[in-house]
Design a protein around this ligand. Structure first.
Ligand code: UDP
Length: 314
């Protein structure tokens, strides 16, 4: 099958491209390289079934394909707040352009949405039918509201134009190919621990997240794309994809210090605006629809990620 992956040079996208090639597909990777890197596809760029086109999804794109994974968007708070107008454009125009392409091709299209659509959630853990607690005018809104609008577009293209859509809401994911400077908690903590600098905790570190290793996330994306509905109802989602193993940021810091054997101390800084207090996915739907749940333990996943960053900064 010929499959288009937008954001294919990004953190999750590059692992997805490799996986699809392994499954025997032809992969066309689209990326504007704003937060993705050709380094991430170095191991697959000479594969005969892989091709790369530098392209920004805010511009229309034309090709033949049977499936589209729409992953193109800066996804860490630091990256997506860097040029918030461009982030909103990527979410909205990117969704429209890829949905138009999907409809023209009769292709199935999967949207990588996000736990950020729940904002600072008042329901815990978050289920797909929770409508969220999102600030529409804050510094995170370009991404939160952009991704919410993208979901709206997916469902309107589905209802109005018959688009064959799949929507997944991805919770915090970590692993090799995370950007060194994207400011996420896992990469920041590992790099600080490896370099012997202080671990930077924002707030008092009691806020929680649930971390999913990237191979588990990719498995869920592929299953969601491939799943066929059992009864006549289309399997559109949205479906949460994440690891329900919730922990505080402080506990994560201690674990990374232990696994790296680092002598780093901890420094405390102000909590960024609208930083969610708690986040944990309810993955009952993914379990029942996709027979999926994460299999990589946090310790194993962190060890792989530490190995990756150790090589990277050598
Ligand atoms: N965080 C932190 N120190 C860092 C980076 C992040 O304490 O160096 C916190 C951040 O404030 C948030 C959590 O870790 O509460 C996860 O942040 P991240 O940017 O990875 O993603 P988010 O889940 O907020 O989108």
């Amino acid at each position: 099958m010929r499959i288009l992956v937008t954001g294919g040079c990004g953190f999750i996208g590059s692992h997805l491209c490799a996986r699809l090639l392994k499954d025997g597909h032809e992969v066309l990777c689209l990326d504007n390289l704003s937060s993705g890197s050709l380094d991430n596809v170095a191991a697959i760029k000479h594969h005969p079934n892989f091709s790369f086109v530098e392209h920004d999804v805010t511009e229309p794109f034309c090709t033949e394909c049977a499936q589209i994974y729409n992953l193109a968007c800066p996804a860490s708070p630091v990256q997506y707040q860097n040029d918030p107008v461009q982030t909103a454009r990527t979410c909205v125009l990117g969704a429209i352009n890829m949905l138009e392409l999907a409809v023209r091709n009769g292709a199935r299209i999967l949207q990588s949405s996000t736990s950020e659509v729940y904002g600072d959630p008042l329901m815990h853990p978050q289920r797909e039918d929770y409508r969220g607690n999102v600030n529409p005018i804050g510094t995170r809104s370009c991404y939160d509201e952009g991704k919410r609008m993208a979901e709206t577009l997916f469902f309107d293209y589905h209802r109005q134009k018959g688009a064959d859509i799949r929507v997944v809401r991805i919770f915090n994911t970590y692993g090799p190919h995370m950007l060194e400077n994207d400011g996420r908690v896992v990469s920041n903590f590992i790099l600080a621990a490896l370099k012997g600098g202080d671990i930077t905790i924002y707030g008092d570190g009691s806020q929680t997240r649930s971390f999913c290793y990237v191979s588990d996330t990719v498995e869920a994306l592929v299953r969601m794309m491939e799943a066929e509905p059992a009864g006549g109802e289309p399997l559109t989602g949205p479906v949460n994809v994440g690891n329900p193993n919730e922990m505080s940021v402080k506990t994560l810091a201690e674990l990374i210090v232990r696994l790296t054997g680092s002598s780093s101390g901890i420094s405390y800084f102000d909590l960024p605006a609208d930083d969610p207090v708690r986040r944990k996915p309810d993955i009952s739907l993914a379990k029942s629809l996709l027979d999926w749940e994460p299999v990589v333990s946090l310790e194993d996943g962190l060890k792989e990620t530490i190995r990756y960053f150790t090589e990277k900064i050598r």
